[in-house]
Design a protein around this ligand. Sequence first.
Ligand SMILES: CC[C@H](C(=O)O)C(=O)SCCNC(=O)CCNC(=O)[C@H](O)C(C)(C)COP(=O)(O)OP(=O)(O)OC[C@H]1O[C@@H](n2cnc3c(N)ncnc32)[C@H](O)[C@@H]1OP(=O)(O)O
Ligand code: CO
Length: 133
Amino acid sequence: MDKIEHIGIAVRDLEKSNDLYAKLLGKSHYKMEEVLSEGVRTSFFEVGPNKIELLEATSVESPIAGFLDKKGEGIHHIAFAVDDIVAEMKRLESEGFKLLNKEPKLGADNKLVAFVHPKTAGGVLVELCQERK
Ligand SMILES: CC[C@H](C(=O)O)C(=O)SCCNC(=O)CCNC(=O)[C@H](O)C(C)(C)COP(=O)(O)OP(=O)(O)OC[C@H]1O[C@@H](n2cnc3c(N)ncnc32)[C@H](O)[C@@H]1OP(=O)(O)O
Ligand SMILES: [Co+2]
């Protein structure tokens, strides 16, 4: 794990939350992007070497919709930057963590991503992110 790549925050209204985080951080988001496969619309803010990723559900099946229903708005996941996501997935599996996807999948912000089940990671949903070449 190289660094915290982003903190994912579940929000109900992306535009409203963009305004809130722009006030909080003193700067606007630098991009918005929809990830159809995840049923999310995202908005990214840069904070030094790290990022904040706001996530709004675009479908009722979206993991974000389920999270909002059960827990409301708030921190959803922590994403770590990795050099070799396949190797890292294998290492985590060998350490007893449960991966939520067999292969890396396309994420937002030009990344390959994978997720670790929160029940095997101390109650935290962990995302691995590898920069797509
Ligand atoms: C990829 C685009 C973008 C990017 O950065 O590139 C993203 O980050 S997309 C983010 C949205 N996508 C995902 O979250 C994919 C991975 N998530 C999942 O597969 C599910 O959400 C899962 C498996 C974490 C939970 O699914 P399920 O609907 O089965 O939820 P339950 O409510 O039954 O949860 C089971 C158990 O886990 C706890 N839980 C659920 N979500 C979280 C969370 N975000 N953080 C911590 N814990 C979580 C939940 O409370 C249940 O625990 P229990 O003790 O049984 O109540
Ligand atoms: Co993320």
